[in-house]
Design a protein around this ligand. Structure first.
Ligand SMILES: Nc1ncnc2c1ncn2[C@@H]1O[C@H](COP(=O)(O)OP(=O)(O)OP(=O)(O)O)[C@@H](O)[C@H]1O
Length: 262
């Protein structure tokens, strides 16, 4: 499936719990070009995951519109345009890597697609660098390998957009760096649109075309930074470090404001 863009306007989200109203997102606008890689960065609890879920059509906003490739997000969901990768790989322990990668196609695809499920899963596993590990069970996989399987499971559906919610947050630093390089490679090869939630500034600078920094209470985008560096990016270049500095400054300010307004 070719990549779709995302256009969201006036997104507001309010939760009511124990008769208390919590205004989580306010007037968020997002415009992501097809094939773009956009990260959401911000203080804990500022609404990054909520925004991601709304953009992915998993949650309805209280107000606002989300269009995927110009059509309402609910239709994009029904058309199988949405791929989701979360922090926990959530693999079925009794199924092999190949069976896990084929699982969503077998659950959701039409008959013709189901027939090709294993083939598509094998291709997706190859794309994420797991050729040769097809028959391993989840307990035989490292954390990074398990997360690669969950990325393959999403890619096997051939979505037009990949939504990733802190996919590498639970991995050790070395594996995380390797996964960033793997994801960069997957993105350039598949040209999917990616929306990526992270707490890591280096990860955001390494991967993104644009980083949206969010503020809390209510969540909104306080600064958008286009990372104008060719890839693959050197994490030690002066420009890379300068982007990190700009994002750090904004994030620190937002963390402090979130602490005061909590
Ligand atoms: N279903 C829900 N019902 C009530 N409140 C919710 C619900 N989902 C999220 N919230 C609240 O919305 C706020 C934003 O949550 P969200 O998970 O989007 O933040 P986040 O920026 O992704 O946080 P973190 O970085 O810690 O993962 C939090 O205060 C959370 O408690």
């Amino acid at each position: 499936m070719t990549a779709s863009g995302i256009f969201a306007e006036g997104i507001d989200m309010t939760f009511t719990r124990n008769r208390m109203t919590h205004h989580v997102l306010s007037a968020v606008d997002v415009d992501i070009a097809p094939g773009g890689f956009v990260s959401l960065l911000g203080p804990s609890g500022c609404g990054k995951s909520t925004l991601l879920k709304i953009l992915a059509g998993l949650q309805d906003p209280t107000a606002g519109t989300v269009l995927i490739g110009g059509t309402p997000v609910a239709r994009a969901v029904a058309e199988g345009q949405i791929g989701l990768v979360q922090q926990k790989p959530a693999l079925l322990p009794w199924k092999t890597a190949l069976e896990n990668a084929a699982f969503l196609i077998e659950m959701t695809g039409d008959r013709a697609t189901k027939r090709t499920a294993k083939e598509r899963a094998a291709q997706a596993l190859e794309l994420v660098g797991l050729r040769g590990a097809e028959n391993k069970l989840p307990h035989e996989l490292s954390g990074g390998m398990a997360q690669r399987v969950s990325i393959a499971r999403a890619l096997a559906l051939d979505p037009s957009i990949l939504f990733m919610d802190e996919p590498f947050g639970a991995l050790d630093a070395i594996t995380r760096d390797q996964m960033n390089e793997a994801l960069y490679d997957i993105w350039t090869r598949t040209q999917k649109t990616v929306v990526f939630v992270t707490h890591s500034i280096p990860e955001a600078v390494f991967l993104s075309q644009t980083v949206h920094v969010m503020n809390a209470n209510p969540g909104r985008i306080s600064l958008s930074v286009d990372i104008d560096l060719p890839g693959p990016r050197s994490t030690t270049s002066a420009q890379f470090l300068e982007y990190e500095r700009v994002l750090h400054e904004e994030l620190d300010r937002n963390v402090e404001e979130a602490r005061i307004s909590a």
